[in-house]
Design a protein around this ligand. Structure first.
Ligand SMILES: [Zn+2]
Length: 245
């Protein structure tokens, strides 16, 4: 079985039915990240059409400045969602510094409420790698998937030491930085992702259907010289271990 540990199914828009067929026919367990409540409700609807889709509630750092002030309204969604995502901070690709205060307010709320409930969290850390690390370290919390890490390698070491898990994404084969990250990651912390249809487009101009997860695994297997089936098993074991923490 393949596991896509970070996707955005609502980004498929009019192609969602094709994406769900692709997920079902290739048996890809898909962690469907949410941007906000609306996006989470869509992910729940998609999950009615596939036993492989796991809807995950989160408020994305790009959405944080647009959401309601009454953060308490998120608690029932946090409670019902086994995995929380996408949450985090973004000081590079967000709309600008006017969003930072609200980003922090939303992120720290989501983080605290998730930790209280022992949830797996799926983290966005762009340009805020150290701050997000410090937030986890404060609680010694490592039930976390750091999605598509692209920060400094010495901060990466700290996340590894804390015990976090990491996704390798669709830029494998296109980015030397990703190979450097892969060199550092212990196999037992490795997960993979597609990040929805638009991530591959950003990398090489192609639209990314869910089954591109297979080529992510294949490229890692070639690079690490591990058989594809063995690598898939390692990834599946990692995922199961993380959920059972
Ligand atoms: Zn994402």
């Amino acid at each position: 079985m393949y596991i896509d540990a970070h996707s955005h199914l609502d980004f498929f828009e009019e192609n969602i039915e094709d994406a769900i067929v692709d997920i079902n026919s290739n048996k890809i367990l898909t962690l469907a990240m949410s941007m906000d409540i609306e996006s989470y409700i869509k992910n729940k609807e998609y999950s009615n059409k596939s036993k492989y889709i796991k809807p995950c509630f989160g408020i994305h750092p790009w959405s944080a400045h647009k959401v309601s002030e009454s953060l308490e309204t998120y608690i029932p969604y946090i409670e019902e969602s086994e995995i929380i995502g996408e949450i985090g901070l973004d000081y590079v690709w967000s709309e600008g510094s006017h969003t930072y205060d609200k980003q922090r307010k939303v992120f720290y709320f989501m983080l605290d409420e998730s930790i209280k409930r022992n949830k797996v969290i799926n983290l966005h850390t762009k340009g805020a790698e150290e701050e997000v690390y410090n937030a986890l370290k404060k609680y010694n919390y490592n039930k976390a998937i750091v999605h598509w890490y692209s920060g400094d390698l010495d901060i990466l070491d700290k996340y590894i030491e804390l015990g976090c898990y990491f996704t390798i994404s669709v830029d494998i084969g296109y980015s030397d930085a990703t190979y450097k990250i892969l060199d550092k990651l212990p196999n037992e912390r490795l997960l993979v992702e597609t990040d929805g249809p638009t991530a591959l487009k950003w990398v090489n101009g192609q639209y990314g259907y869910p089954s591109i997860i297979k080529s992510v695994v294949k490229k890692i297997s070639d690079y690490k010289n591990i058989d594809v089936d063995e690598l898939s098993k390692i990834i599946e074991n990692n995922y199961n271990r993380l959920l059972s923490l």
